[in-house]
Ligand binder design. Sequence first.
Ligand code: ADP
Ligand code: 5GP
Length: 185
Amino acid sequence: MILIFCAPSGSGKSTFVKYLLENYKNFELSISATSRQPRGKEQHGVEYYFISAEEFRKLINEDKFVEYEEVYTDYFYGTLKSEIERIQQKGYTVIFDVDVKGGLNLKKIFGDDALSVFIMPPSVEELSRRLHGRGTDTEEMIQKRVEKASKEMEDAPYFDKIIVNDKLPIALKELDELLKEYKMI
Ligand code: ADP
Ligand code: 5GP
């Protein structure tokens, strides 16, 4: 099975993924490639494969991606075919942390083998507060992320399940119950 998490940036995707990886042994995160710069303590091969926009375009031409998006102008993000093979060879459930377009594309590709979950922030105002609180983006980038978030939230109904991340323990409990229902844990 494949687990797809989509959420406007700042809604808590990384927090959800961290929870699953720390508490269950059968999940592994698909590491995307991106042409954006590492943020804070991010490392190549851990959060992302950080590559140049030029290298990214080369890999697109070589058909190495399952899906990719230019999420923000000149900032490419994509899932390498080799990454999925790497995780499935180990027999683990692959977790995808992608933007909404990417998530809907992956759901189309994997169909019933995939569970798509939209993580919804309680409000756009709270999302903005969390992004400021995280302290890893410039004001301009936060504005871009918040604008994109408002648009992405309109696509939430196309997902198999929506989890509102208001109080974290409640949201994680809901996640556990969902994964049990789908026999992923
Ligand atoms: P994403 O990966 O979707 O961009 P993060 O997981 O980094 O989002 O969360 C954004 C910020 O909000 C982080 O500082 C995180 O600790 C915080 N956060 C996550 N979930 C909650 C929650 N339920 N209540 C308050 N803060 C939260
Ligand atoms: P961030 O810069 O916050 O790490 O990510 C920005 C956005 O890009 C997030 O919505 C994230 O989910 C998305 N993203 C990360 N990897 C991929 C990917 O491989 N494909 C797509 N389509 N989006 C991705």
